[in-house]
Design a protein around this ligand. Structure first.
Ligand code: ATP
Ligand code: MG
Length: 394
């Protein structure tokens, strides 16, 4: 009998046409995440197995990998003989304390001569015969014994750990996350990765109006997200000149609208150059003036690629809940100023007009500014290894 980690795919297993690609991606993602552990990974269309001596550490890593529905500590028995299975189950449960139990059998080998019900009954009978003072309770047992009869072996398990769900990161292609130091965008990134989108990040900084700490905070957030994404590439764009030009030349009620149109334009170009399909950001309907539906549409119209806003319909408290769960909240609430907050006017327009935006944008040489910013932008690669320089912000 061998103790192994079994992975159940959940939603994945319904994607019939793509399943091969999904599973190869999942296996690759797991291999990269577990590269520091000695593991043997095997899989078929319904289950993946990991053999390792580092059970606890490996399970902790697996809990952050999308595409895993359940992580199950199981015992592989290299026999399908019902008497032998009964005896092996008996050995396993003798170490456990329980008064009531039930056996749940899944028979993925449909050629097996006994039905699931008959298998459960036979195993149950072996236990009742050999352990005193126990009884069967199908509704609320102390111990649930799961048995899976597969083509070449039998699996027995008792405990299941919930996985992160979703699709393996990468199966849906690539997106560029507009990552600020706020609460919303890391959560938006997490949710996009959960649907299988591989991310790169873009951050707009405005030194000296924004500090090195603000940038490190964003890099610390990117580092947090990198554990789901097998590392993270962060594009850091110097936005100072663009913001100053906008500030000097454009009516202040339109500052944020035009600034965000610039961010979108730059993001779309950088995304295209990195073979990205979508932009992802942390906008939430109605949260601030630039996130009214009219603002969003006037800002959105400068790009062609889809902009996905995973937190668009969540309340702030719901977003905070997720931020706490994924461990980004404490970093996000650190006080360093982001470029947006510095140039925010007292009365930003709530219903901007697209015509006015075009008119105002003619007041600045925005194409030149955009290409200059893109040409000079910095790329920072965050690996899954410990990046000590950002750790103090986590
Ligand atoms: P908060 O959590 O405080 O709302 P925020 O980051 O969501 O912070 P918003 O002003 O609401 O700030 O910005 C909306 C979205 O625009 C962000 O979620 C993020 O995706 C993007 N964004 C804002 N500022 C930047 C920036 N400096 N660099 C990259 N993306 C940004
Ligand atoms: Mg926000």
């Amino acid at each position: 009998m061998k103790k192994v980690i079994m992975i159940k795919y959940g939603e994945l297993s319904t994607k019939k046409d793509n399943i091969g690609y999904f599973l190869v991606t999942l296996k690759n993602n797991i291999e990269v995440a577990l590269k520091n552990y000695d593991c043997k990974i095997t899989y078929d269309k319904s289950r993946m197995f990991i053999e390792t001596d580092n059970f606890d550490e490996v399970i902790e890593v697996l809990q952050n990998i999308f595409g895993i529905h359940e992580i199950v500590i199981s015992y592989k028995i290299e026999t399908k003989d019902i008497e032998e299975i009964g005896n092996e189950v008996l050995k396993l449960v003798q170490k456990k304390e329980f008064k009531t139990f039930k056996v749940v059998t899944k028979r993925s080998d449909k050629t097996y001569p006994l039905t699931s019900m008959e298998i459960s009954k036979k195993i149950g009978a072996t236990l009742l015969k050999n352990i005193s003072n126990i009884s069967v309770d199908v509704h609320n047992p102390d111990l649930e014994i799961n048995v899976e009869i597969r083509r070449n072996e039998t699996l027995v398990y008792f405990e299941r750990i919930k996985g992160s769900g979703g699709y393996p990161v990468g199966v849906q292609g690539k997106g560029l996350l507009m990552l600020s130091g706020g609460i919303d965008s890391p959560v938006a990134g997490y949710l996009a990765m959960k649907r299988g989108v591989k991310l790169e990040c873009i951050y707009f900084e405005s030194p000296p109006h924004t500090s090195e700490e603000a940038k490190n905070k964003v890099l610390a957030l990117a580092k947090k997200l990198s554990s789901y994404n097998n590392g993270m590439k962060v594009h850091v764009v110097n936005f100072t000149k663009i913001q100053e030009e906008i500030y000097k030349n454009i009516p202040h009620d339109y500052l944020v609208t035009i600034m965000r149109r610039m961010m979108y334009r730059i993001s779309a170009i950088i995304s295209k150059r990195s073979n990205g399909h979508i932009l992802v950001n942390g906008e939430s309907i109605g949260q601030v003036a630039s996130q009214t539906l009219t603002s969003m549409s006037v800002i959105n119209e400068v790009v062609k690629l889809p902009v996905i806003r995973p937190v668009a319909c969540l309340d702030k408290l719901e977003i905070i809940d997720i931020a706490n769960k994924i461990g980004t909240y404490e970093t996000s609430i650190l006080p360093f100023e982001d470029c947006c907050t510095i140039f925010v006017p007292k009365h930003p327009v709530i219903n901007p007009s697209s015509r006015k935006c075009v008119e105002y944008e003619e007041l600045i040489p925005f194409d030149d500014l955009i290409y200059e910013a893109i040409r000079n932008h910095e790329i920072i690669k965050i690996t899954n290894e410990e990046n000590k320089e950002f750790e103090d912000l986590l």
